[in-house]
Design a protein around this ligand. Structure first.
Ligand SMILES: [Zn+2]
Length: 167
């Protein structure tokens, strides 16, 4: 279970991340009421382009990431994209490319589509209004419990391809 931000910072430092690095990143206010319900908790820099995700997954794990905006198609018509984590259909501009590293040297990496706010845990639970858009576009009838289960399965699988530290 993820608790307070100060606890997370201390855990990250205890796991070997530098104090300077940890000090650069913060939890966005959106997540604060929901610590007990998140599979993915991002701590990001001010620009939102780099950070650390805390994965709640049989104990907490942490992985550094970089986030890039998706590019709109040249035609100007951008198709919706499905987030690789919460499987929610989002407009292209609400989706980003997230890169994680497979090793300490950062030579090998894996990139996924992800909701640009990284609030997948809140989206699957209906704490945001994104499912309204998805349901209007896709005839998907999946329960909240099943959405949560899919997100758990995704976060379980990701540690085969990315490097994370246990907290
Ligand atoms: Zn998502």
């Amino acid at each position: 279970v993820i608790t307070a931000e100060d606890t997370i910072r201390n855990q990250l430092i205890a796991a070997g991340l530098s104090k300077q690095k940890v000090a650069k990143y913060a939890v966005q206010k959106l997540f604060i009421p929901y610590y007990a319900e998140v599979e993915l908790l991002p701590l990001t820099d001010k620009a939102g382009t780099r950070g650390i995700i805390i994965f709640e997954n049989n104990g907490n794990k942490a992985a550094e990431f970089e986030l890039r905006k998706t590019k709109a198609a040249k035609s100007g018509i951008s198709k919706p994209v499905i987030c690789d984590f919460c499987y929610t259909l989002r407009p292209m501009k609400k989706v980003a490319m997230i890169t994680f590293y497979a090793d300490r040297s950062k030579l090998r990496s894996t990139t996924f589509y992800i909701c640009a706010d990284i609030a997948c845990s809140l989206h699957v639970r209906g704490h945001t209004d994104v499912l309204d858009y998805a349901k209007s576009q896709l005839r998907e009838d999946v329960t909240v419990d099943d959405r949560i289960k899919r997100l758990h399965e995704k976060t379980n699988a990701i540690f085969h391809v990315i490097r994370a530290v246990s907290l």
